[in-house]
Design a binder for this molecule. Structure first.
Ligand code: FUB
Length: 467
Protein backbone atom coordinates (compact mmCIF):
# COMPACT_ATOMS: atom_id res chain seq x y z
CA UNK A 1 0.00 0.00 0.00
CA UNK A 2 1.50 3.38 -0.94
CA UNK A 3 1.34 5.22 2.33
CA UNK A 4 1.86 8.85 3.11
CA UNK A 5 4.34 8.01 5.83
CA UNK A 6 6.18 11.25 5.46
CA UNK A 7 3.46 13.11 7.22
CA UNK A 8 3.35 10.81 10.20
CA UNK A 9 6.23 12.00 12.23
CA UNK A 10 5.43 15.62 11.58
CA UNK A 11 1.85 15.22 12.61
CA UNK A 12 1.70 12.53 15.14
CA UNK A 13 2.77 14.68 18.03
CA UNK A 14 0.34 17.37 16.98
CA UNK A 15 -2.34 14.71 16.93
CA UNK A 16 -1.44 13.45 20.36
CA UNK A 17 -1.50 16.93 21.81
CA UNK A 18 -4.50 18.16 19.94
CA UNK A 19 -6.62 15.21 20.96
CA UNK A 20 -5.51 15.37 24.58
CA UNK A 21 -6.59 18.97 24.74
CA UNK A 22 -3.24 19.90 26.28
CA UNK A 23 -2.46 22.61 23.79
CA UNK A 24 -5.08 24.84 22.19
CA UNK A 25 -2.46 25.93 19.66
CA UNK A 26 -1.94 22.34 18.60
CA UNK A 27 -5.65 21.75 18.64
CA UNK A 28 -5.90 24.46 16.02
CA UNK A 29 -3.24 22.73 14.06
CA UNK A 30 -4.33 19.66 12.22
CA UNK A 31 -5.74 16.33 13.22
CA UNK A 32 -8.66 16.24 15.52
CA UNK A 33 -12.00 14.58 15.80
CA UNK A 34 -12.97 12.25 12.97
CA UNK A 35 -9.54 11.73 11.46
CA UNK A 36 -8.97 8.22 10.10
CA UNK A 37 -5.63 6.49 10.51
CA UNK A 38 -3.89 3.18 10.07
CA UNK A 39 -2.23 2.00 13.30
CA UNK A 40 1.17 0.65 12.28
CA UNK A 41 3.23 -1.39 14.73
CA UNK A 42 6.71 0.10 14.71
CA UNK A 43 8.61 -3.16 15.24
CA UNK A 44 6.82 -5.07 12.45
CA UNK A 45 5.48 -2.39 10.09
CA UNK A 46 2.14 -4.20 10.13
CA UNK A 47 -1.29 -2.70 10.62
CA UNK A 48 -3.87 -3.23 13.37
CA UNK A 49 -6.52 -5.23 11.52
CA UNK A 50 -9.96 -6.57 12.44
CA UNK A 51 -9.66 -10.25 11.63
CA UNK A 52 -11.34 -11.22 8.33
CA UNK A 53 -12.99 -7.81 8.20
CA UNK A 54 -15.57 -9.24 10.58
CA UNK A 55 -18.35 -6.94 11.66
CA UNK A 56 -19.22 -9.09 14.68
CA UNK A 57 -18.83 -8.05 18.29
CA UNK A 58 -15.82 -9.85 19.72
CA UNK A 59 -13.81 -10.08 16.50
CA UNK A 60 -10.15 -10.06 17.46
CA UNK A 61 -7.63 -7.47 16.38
CA UNK A 62 -4.40 -8.76 14.86
CA UNK A 63 -1.47 -7.21 13.10
CA UNK A 64 -1.40 -7.84 9.40
CA UNK A 65 0.39 -6.58 6.30
CA UNK A 66 -1.01 -3.14 5.64
CA UNK A 67 -3.50 -2.99 2.81
CA UNK A 68 -6.29 -0.68 1.76
CA UNK A 69 -9.00 -2.44 3.76
CA UNK A 70 -11.40 -0.43 5.84
CA UNK A 71 -10.84 -3.05 8.56
CA UNK A 72 -7.38 -1.50 9.00
CA UNK A 73 -8.72 2.03 9.15
CA UNK A 74 -9.61 3.57 12.51
CA UNK A 75 -11.56 6.73 13.04
CA UNK A 76 -10.53 8.82 16.05
CA UNK A 77 -13.48 10.12 17.96
CA UNK A 78 -12.29 12.75 20.40
CA UNK A 79 -13.98 12.29 23.78
CA UNK A 80 -12.78 15.72 24.83
CA UNK A 81 -10.98 14.70 27.99
CA UNK A 82 -7.69 13.44 26.64
CA UNK A 83 -9.09 10.16 25.37
CA UNK A 84 -10.36 8.89 22.03
CA UNK A 85 -12.50 6.06 20.84
CA UNK A 86 -11.07 4.25 17.82
CA UNK A 87 -13.78 2.91 15.56
CA UNK A 88 -13.09 0.45 12.76
CA UNK A 89 -14.29 2.06 9.53
CA UNK A 90 -15.76 -1.15 8.08
CA UNK A 91 -17.89 -1.96 11.14
CA UNK A 92 -18.19 1.25 13.14
CA UNK A 93 -17.26 -0.79 16.23
CA UNK A 94 -14.83 0.29 18.91
CA UNK A 95 -11.34 -0.93 19.74
CA UNK A 96 -12.04 -2.61 23.09
CA UNK A 97 -10.16 -4.52 25.79
CA UNK A 98 -12.16 -7.69 26.24
CA UNK A 99 -14.38 -7.83 29.33
CA UNK A 100 -12.75 -4.64 30.62
CA UNK A 101 -10.01 -6.88 31.96
CA UNK A 102 -7.10 -5.18 33.65
CA UNK A 103 -4.82 -8.21 33.27
CA UNK A 104 -1.70 -8.37 31.19
CA UNK A 105 -2.43 -10.40 28.08
CA UNK A 106 -6.11 -9.46 27.82
CA UNK A 107 -7.14 -9.61 24.16
CA UNK A 108 -8.09 -6.54 22.21
CA UNK A 109 -11.26 -6.90 20.17
CA UNK A 110 -13.88 -4.79 18.42
CA UNK A 111 -17.19 -4.27 20.20
CA UNK A 112 -20.20 -2.06 19.76
CA UNK A 113 -19.24 1.34 21.14
CA UNK A 114 -20.73 1.76 24.61
CA UNK A 115 -18.74 4.50 26.31
CA UNK A 116 -16.85 2.05 28.52
CA UNK A 117 -13.40 3.01 29.81
CA UNK A 118 -12.08 -0.15 28.15
CA UNK A 119 -12.94 1.50 24.82
CA UNK A 120 -11.13 4.73 25.62
CA UNK A 121 -7.52 5.26 24.62
CA UNK A 122 -4.97 7.86 25.46
CA UNK A 123 -2.51 8.74 22.71
CA UNK A 124 0.83 9.22 24.38
CA UNK A 125 3.85 10.60 22.54
CA UNK A 126 6.60 7.96 22.38
CA UNK A 127 9.11 10.07 20.45
CA UNK A 128 10.32 9.82 16.87
CA UNK A 129 6.84 10.21 15.50
CA UNK A 130 5.43 7.22 17.36
CA UNK A 131 2.80 6.93 20.06
CA UNK A 132 1.62 4.49 22.69
CA UNK A 133 -2.08 3.77 22.98
CA UNK A 134 -3.07 3.43 26.64
CA UNK A 135 -6.36 1.88 27.72
CA UNK A 136 -8.16 4.12 30.21
CA UNK A 137 -9.56 1.42 32.50
CA UNK A 138 -6.26 -0.44 32.97
CA UNK A 139 -3.52 2.05 32.17
CA UNK A 140 -1.96 -0.69 30.02
CA UNK A 141 -0.65 -0.34 26.48
CA UNK A 142 -1.76 -1.74 23.14
CA UNK A 143 0.89 -4.38 22.51
CA UNK A 144 1.93 -7.00 19.95
CA UNK A 145 2.66 -10.16 22.00
CA UNK A 146 6.32 -11.23 22.18
CA UNK A 147 7.22 -8.63 19.57
CA UNK A 148 5.91 -11.04 16.97
CA UNK A 149 6.31 -9.98 13.37
CA UNK A 150 3.84 -12.59 12.14
CA UNK A 151 0.71 -11.83 10.23
CA UNK A 152 -2.22 -12.69 12.47
CA UNK A 153 -0.52 -12.03 15.80
CA UNK A 154 -3.42 -11.04 18.09
CA UNK A 155 -3.10 -7.73 19.87
CA UNK A 156 -3.27 -7.54 23.65
CA UNK A 157 -2.83 -5.06 26.47
CA UNK A 158 0.33 -5.17 28.57
CA UNK A 159 2.07 -3.03 31.15
CA UNK A 160 3.53 -0.08 29.28
CA UNK A 161 7.26 -0.22 28.62
CA UNK A 162 9.63 1.21 26.04
CA UNK A 163 9.55 -1.73 23.61
CA UNK A 164 8.95 -1.10 19.94
CA UNK A 165 6.06 -3.60 20.00
CA UNK A 166 4.08 -0.96 21.93
CA UNK A 167 4.95 1.87 19.58
CA UNK A 168 2.51 2.78 16.86
CA UNK A 169 2.72 5.06 13.87
CA UNK A 170 -0.45 6.82 12.80
CA UNK A 171 -0.84 6.91 9.05
CA UNK A 172 -3.34 9.57 8.12
CA UNK A 173 -5.91 8.63 5.49
CA UNK A 174 -7.81 11.66 4.28
CA UNK A 175 -9.89 10.11 1.50
CA UNK A 176 -12.84 10.10 1.39
CA UNK A 177 -12.62 13.74 2.33
CA UNK A 178 -16.17 13.73 3.67
CA UNK A 179 -17.68 10.94 5.74
CA UNK A 180 -20.73 9.45 4.05
CA UNK A 181 -22.11 9.67 0.56
CA UNK A 182 -21.49 12.96 -1.24
CA UNK A 183 -20.93 13.64 -4.94
CA UNK A 184 -20.26 16.48 -7.40
CA UNK A 185 -18.09 18.44 -4.94
CA UNK A 186 -17.61 22.14 -5.65
CA UNK A 187 -14.47 23.19 -3.79
CA UNK A 188 -13.69 26.87 -3.24
CA UNK A 189 -11.59 29.05 -0.98
CA UNK A 190 -13.00 32.16 0.69
CA UNK A 191 -10.66 34.14 2.97
CA UNK A 192 -8.21 31.25 3.47
CA UNK A 193 -10.94 28.81 4.45
CA UNK A 194 -11.84 26.02 2.06
CA UNK A 195 -15.43 24.98 1.48
CA UNK A 196 -16.99 21.94 -0.13
CA UNK A 197 -20.52 22.02 -1.52
CA UNK A 198 -21.57 18.56 -2.74
CA UNK A 199 -24.67 16.70 -3.81
CA UNK A 200 -26.01 14.66 -0.90
CA UNK A 201 -25.94 11.18 -2.36
CA UNK A 202 -27.40 7.75 -1.64
CA UNK A 203 -30.91 8.31 -3.00
CA UNK A 204 -32.43 6.31 -5.85
CA UNK A 205 -32.64 8.55 -8.91
CA UNK A 206 -30.53 11.18 -7.10
CA UNK A 207 -33.75 12.34 -5.43
CA UNK A 208 -32.19 14.01 -2.39
CA UNK A 209 -33.44 17.45 -1.43
CA UNK A 210 -30.75 18.85 0.85
CA UNK A 211 -27.50 20.69 0.31
CA UNK A 212 -24.87 20.82 3.04
CA UNK A 213 -21.70 22.91 3.39
CA UNK A 214 -18.37 21.75 4.80
CA UNK A 215 -15.37 23.87 5.71
CA UNK A 216 -11.71 23.23 6.40
CA UNK A 217 -8.50 25.17 6.92
CA UNK A 218 -6.23 22.26 5.92
CA UNK A 219 -8.23 20.36 3.24
CA UNK A 220 -8.22 17.26 5.48
CA UNK A 221 -10.36 18.00 8.53
CA UNK A 222 -13.79 19.11 7.40
CA UNK A 223 -16.54 20.61 9.54
CA UNK A 224 -20.11 19.85 8.58
CA UNK A 225 -22.19 23.02 8.77
CA UNK A 226 -25.41 21.15 8.21
CA UNK A 227 -28.15 21.82 5.71
CA UNK A 228 -27.77 25.17 3.96
CA UNK A 229 -30.66 24.81 1.52
CA UNK A 230 -33.48 22.27 1.38
CA UNK A 231 -35.53 22.13 -1.80
CA UNK A 232 -38.36 20.49 0.11
CA UNK A 233 -38.90 23.55 2.29
CA UNK A 234 -36.94 26.49 0.91
CA UNK A 235 -37.69 26.57 -2.82
CA UNK A 236 -41.13 26.96 -4.38
CA UNK A 237 -40.36 25.62 -7.86
CA UNK A 238 -38.45 22.44 -6.96
CA UNK A 239 -38.79 19.83 -4.24
CA UNK A 240 -36.46 17.11 -5.51
CA UNK A 241 -33.13 16.35 -7.18
CA UNK A 242 -30.81 18.72 -5.34
CA UNK A 243 -27.89 18.23 -7.68
CA UNK A 244 -24.38 19.49 -8.12
CA UNK A 245 -24.16 23.05 -6.84
CA UNK A 246 -21.65 25.81 -7.53
CA UNK A 247 -20.90 28.91 -5.48
CA UNK A 248 -19.34 32.38 -5.84
CA UNK A 249 -18.78 35.39 -3.62
CA UNK A 250 -19.32 39.01 -4.58
CA UNK A 251 -19.27 42.09 -2.35
CA UNK A 252 -19.66 40.03 0.81
CA UNK A 253 -22.59 38.00 -0.44
CA UNK A 254 -22.51 34.35 -1.44
CA UNK A 255 -24.38 33.11 -4.49
CA UNK A 256 -25.28 29.43 -4.57
CA UNK A 257 -26.24 27.99 -7.95
CA UNK A 258 -28.13 24.71 -7.87
CA UNK A 259 -30.46 22.44 -9.80
CA UNK A 260 -33.76 20.92 -8.86
CA UNK A 261 -37.00 19.55 -10.19
CA UNK A 262 -40.41 18.52 -8.99
CA UNK A 263 -40.92 14.96 -7.81
CA UNK A 264 -44.36 14.87 -9.41
CA UNK A 265 -45.38 16.13 -12.82
CA UNK A 266 -42.63 17.54 -14.97
CA UNK A 267 -39.40 16.11 -13.59
CA UNK A 268 -37.13 18.26 -15.78
CA UNK A 269 -34.38 20.07 -13.92
CA UNK A 270 -34.25 23.81 -13.56
CA UNK A 271 -31.26 25.84 -12.46
CA UNK A 272 -31.68 28.36 -9.65
CA UNK A 273 -29.66 30.72 -7.49
CA UNK A 274 -29.85 31.31 -3.75
CA UNK A 275 -28.09 33.96 -1.69
CA UNK A 276 -26.67 34.28 1.80
CA UNK A 277 -24.47 36.58 3.85
CA UNK A 278 -22.39 33.57 4.89
CA UNK A 279 -20.72 30.77 2.94
CA UNK A 280 -22.37 28.35 5.36
CA UNK A 281 -25.82 29.76 4.80
CA UNK A 282 -28.64 29.53 5.35
CA UNK A 283 -29.36 30.34 1.71
CA UNK A 284 -32.56 31.91 0.40
CA UNK A 285 -33.89 31.42 -3.10
CA UNK A 286 -32.94 34.70 -4.76
CA UNK A 287 -35.53 34.81 -7.53
CA UNK A 288 -38.53 32.75 -6.48
CA UNK A 289 -38.24 31.14 -9.90
CA UNK A 290 -35.48 29.40 -11.85
CA UNK A 291 -32.59 31.40 -13.25
CA UNK A 292 -32.55 28.94 -16.16
CA UNK A 293 -35.88 27.15 -16.60
CA UNK A 294 -35.75 23.59 -17.92
CA UNK A 295 -35.90 23.45 -21.69
CA UNK A 296 -34.39 26.87 -22.32
CA UNK A 297 -31.37 25.22 -23.89
CA UNK A 298 -30.70 21.73 -25.19
CA UNK A 299 -29.95 19.24 -22.40
CA UNK A 300 -30.67 19.44 -18.70
CA UNK A 301 -30.15 22.72 -16.84
CA UNK A 302 -27.77 21.16 -14.32
CA UNK A 303 -24.24 21.32 -12.95
CA UNK A 304 -23.63 25.06 -12.53
CA UNK A 305 -20.11 26.32 -11.85
CA UNK A 306 -18.80 29.86 -11.56
CA UNK A 307 -15.40 31.23 -12.51
CA UNK A 308 -14.53 34.81 -11.50
CA UNK A 309 -11.75 36.45 -13.48
CA UNK A 310 -9.11 38.82 -12.09
CA UNK A 311 -11.16 41.82 -13.20
CA UNK A 312 -14.04 40.68 -10.97
CA UNK A 313 -16.27 39.51 -13.82
CA UNK A 314 -17.99 36.21 -13.00
CA UNK A 315 -19.03 33.63 -15.56
CA UNK A 316 -21.60 30.88 -15.21
CA UNK A 317 -21.12 27.47 -16.86
CA UNK A 318 -23.67 24.68 -16.84
CA UNK A 319 -25.33 21.96 -18.84
CA UNK A 320 -25.66 18.29 -19.59
CA UNK A 321 -25.11 17.16 -23.18
CA UNK A 322 -23.66 20.53 -24.08
CA UNK A 323 -22.18 23.34 -22.03
CA UNK A 324 -23.53 26.86 -21.83
CA UNK A 325 -21.27 29.72 -20.75
CA UNK A 326 -22.28 33.32 -20.04
CA UNK A 327 -21.01 36.38 -18.14
CA UNK A 328 -23.13 36.96 -15.05
CA UNK A 329 -24.51 40.44 -14.51
CA UNK A 330 -23.17 42.50 -11.61
CA UNK A 331 -26.09 41.31 -9.44
CA UNK A 332 -24.93 37.67 -9.88
CA UNK A 333 -28.55 36.55 -10.23
CA UNK A 334 -29.15 37.40 -13.87
CA UNK A 335 -27.42 37.38 -17.25
CA UNK A 336 -28.01 38.57 -20.81
CA UNK A 337 -29.45 35.59 -22.76
CA UNK A 338 -27.96 37.04 -25.94
CA UNK A 339 -24.49 36.40 -24.50
CA UNK A 340 -25.01 32.72 -23.83
CA UNK A 341 -22.54 30.68 -25.88
CA UNK A 342 -22.69 26.96 -26.46
CA UNK A 343 -19.59 24.82 -26.09
CA UNK A 344 -19.84 21.17 -27.01
CA UNK A 345 -16.47 19.47 -27.25
CA UNK A 346 -16.33 15.80 -28.22
CA UNK A 347 -16.97 13.65 -25.16
CA UNK A 348 -18.59 16.43 -23.13
CA UNK A 349 -21.38 15.20 -20.89
CA UNK A 350 -21.63 17.50 -17.84
CA UNK A 351 -19.78 18.96 -14.87
CA UNK A 352 -18.09 21.95 -16.56
CA UNK A 353 -15.46 23.71 -14.47
CA UNK A 354 -13.05 26.54 -15.36
CA UNK A 355 -9.81 27.74 -13.77
CA UNK A 356 -7.04 30.07 -14.91
CA UNK A 357 -3.27 29.71 -14.49
CA UNK A 358 -0.58 31.93 -15.99
CA UNK A 359 -2.99 33.44 -18.48
CA UNK A 360 -4.32 30.11 -19.75
CA UNK A 361 -7.91 29.18 -19.05
CA UNK A 362 -8.73 25.51 -18.54
CA UNK A 363 -12.23 24.29 -19.39
CA UNK A 364 -12.75 20.87 -17.82
CA UNK A 365 -15.74 18.56 -17.97
CA UNK A 366 -16.96 15.06 -17.19
CA UNK A 367 -17.37 12.38 -19.85
CA UNK A 368 -19.67 9.35 -19.91
CA UNK A 369 -22.50 8.75 -17.46
CA UNK A 370 -22.03 9.09 -13.73
CA UNK A 371 -23.36 5.52 -13.38
CA UNK A 372 -20.51 4.21 -15.53
CA UNK A 373 -17.20 3.19 -14.02
CA UNK A 374 -15.72 5.07 -16.99
CA UNK A 375 -17.01 8.44 -15.78
CA UNK A 376 -13.93 10.66 -16.15
CA UNK A 377 -12.63 14.20 -16.56
CA UNK A 378 -11.13 15.79 -19.69
CA UNK A 379 -10.19 19.34 -20.65
CA UNK A 380 -9.41 21.97 -23.26
CA UNK A 381 -7.65 25.32 -22.97
CA UNK A 382 -8.44 28.87 -24.05
CA UNK A 383 -7.32 32.46 -23.89
CA UNK A 384 -10.36 33.87 -22.09
CA UNK A 385 -13.03 32.62 -19.66
CA UNK A 386 -15.30 31.94 -22.62
CA UNK A 387 -12.68 30.61 -25.02
CA UNK A 388 -12.25 30.15 -27.87
CA UNK A 389 -11.41 26.70 -26.59
CA UNK A 390 -8.81 24.38 -28.06
CA UNK A 391 -9.51 20.88 -29.23
CA UNK A 392 -9.99 18.44 -26.38
CA UNK A 393 -6.51 18.00 -24.89
CA UNK A 394 -7.13 14.73 -23.08
CA UNK A 395 -8.28 12.92 -19.98
CA UNK A 396 -6.94 14.08 -16.61
CA UNK A 397 -8.86 11.83 -14.22
CA UNK A 398 -10.19 8.32 -14.68
CA UNK A 399 -10.77 5.04 -12.90
CA UNK A 400 -7.91 3.00 -11.49
CA UNK A 401 -9.07 -0.58 -11.24
CA UNK A 402 -5.79 -1.64 -9.64
CA UNK A 403 -6.97 0.29 -6.58
CA UNK A 404 -10.67 -0.49 -7.03
CA UNK A 405 -11.37 3.14 -7.90
CA UNK A 406 -14.26 3.62 -10.33
CA UNK A 407 -16.47 6.36 -11.68
CA UNK A 408 -14.12 9.29 -11.00
CA UNK A 409 -15.68 12.54 -12.14
CA UNK A 410 -17.72 15.66 -11.58
CA UNK A 411 -14.78 17.48 -10.16
CA UNK A 412 -13.69 20.97 -9.19
CA UNK A 413 -10.26 22.48 -8.63
CA UNK A 414 -8.86 24.89 -6.06
CA UNK A 415 -5.56 26.77 -5.86
CA UNK A 416 -3.96 27.34 -2.47
CA UNK A 417 -3.83 31.15 -2.28
CA UNK A 418 -0.40 32.61 -2.96
CA UNK A 419 1.05 29.32 -4.20
CA UNK A 420 1.10 27.18 -7.33
CA UNK A 421 -0.36 24.26 -5.35
CA UNK A 422 -3.58 22.87 -6.77
CA UNK A 423 -6.05 20.29 -5.52
CA UNK A 424 -8.86 18.48 -7.26
CA UNK A 425 -12.10 17.43 -5.55
CA UNK A 426 -14.15 14.78 -7.31
CA UNK A 427 -16.38 11.84 -6.60
CA UNK A 428 -15.93 8.14 -7.21
CA UNK A 429 -18.09 5.13 -6.58
CA UNK A 430 -18.08 4.54 -2.81
CA UNK A 431 -15.73 1.81 -1.65
CA UNK A 432 -16.98 -0.81 -1.06
CA UNK A 433 -20.23 -1.44 -2.95
CA UNK A 434 -20.77 2.00 -4.45
CA UNK A 435 -22.38 2.89 -7.75
CA UNK A 436 -23.71 5.92 -9.61
CA UNK A 437 -25.95 6.99 -6.74
CA UNK A 438 -23.63 5.93 -3.93
CA UNK A 439 -20.59 8.10 -4.42
CA UNK A 440 -17.90 9.55 -2.16
CA UNK A 441 -15.96 12.82 -2.30
CA UNK A 442 -12.20 12.63 -2.76
CA UNK A 443 -9.43 15.23 -2.77
CA UNK A 444 -6.09 14.65 -4.49
CA UNK A 445 -3.25 16.74 -5.82
CA UNK A 446 -3.40 18.25 -9.32
CA UNK A 447 -0.18 19.27 -11.05
CA UNK A 448 0.59 21.33 -14.10
CA UNK A 449 3.47 20.31 -16.35
CA UNK A 450 6.12 22.89 -17.30
CA UNK A 451 4.39 23.34 -20.66
CA UNK A 452 1.14 24.25 -18.89
CA UNK A 453 -0.68 21.02 -19.64
CA UNK A 454 -2.42 19.22 -16.78
CA UNK A 455 -0.64 16.08 -15.60
CA UNK A 456 -3.15 13.20 -15.30
CA UNK A 457 -4.29 13.01 -11.70
CA UNK A 458 -3.37 9.94 -9.67
CA UNK A 459 -6.55 9.08 -7.76
CA UNK A 460 -5.57 7.79 -4.34
CA UNK A 461 -7.22 5.85 -1.59
CA UNK A 462 -5.15 7.69 1.00
CA UNK A 463 -5.71 11.27 -0.04
CA UNK A 464 -3.51 14.18 0.89
CA UNK A 465 -1.50 15.57 3.76
CA UNK A 466 -2.97 18.61 5.50
CA UNK A 467 -1.79 21.83 3.91
O1 FUB B 1 -25.46 14.04 -8.74
C1 FUB B 1 -26.43 14.16 -9.73
C2 FUB B 1 -25.81 14.23 -11.10
O2 FUB B 1 -24.91 13.16 -11.29
C3 FUB B 1 -24.97 15.45 -11.37
O3 FUB B 1 -25.72 16.58 -11.67
C4 FUB B 1 -24.14 14.97 -12.50
O4 FUB B 1 -23.04 15.76 -12.78
C5 FUB B 1 -23.79 13.57 -12.07
O5 FUB B 1 -22.65 13.53 -11.28
Amino acid sequence: MPRIRSICSALVLALAIALSGASPAAADHHLTDGTSVNLIAFHSDKCADVISASTADGAEIAQYDCNDGLNQLWRMNDLGDGYVELTARHSDKCLDVTSASDSNGAKVIQWTCNGGANQQWQIQDAGNGQVQLIARHSDKCLDVPSSSTDNGARLQQWDCHTGDNQKWELNLVSNPALPGLFADPNIVVFDDTYYLYPTTDGFAGWSGTQYRAFSSTDLVNWTDHGVILDLATDVSWADNSAWAPGIAEKNGKYYFYFSGGLASGNTAKHLGVAVSDSPTGPFTDALGEPLVPAGTYSGQAIDPAVYTDDDGQSYLYWGNGQAQQVPLNEDMISFDPDQVAIYDPPGYNEGAFVVERDGTYYFMWSENDTRSEDYRVAYATGSSPTGPWSDRVGVILQKDLSQGIKGTGHHSVVQVPGTDDWYIAYHRFAIPDGDGTHRETMIDRLYFEPDGSIRPVVPTLEGIAPI
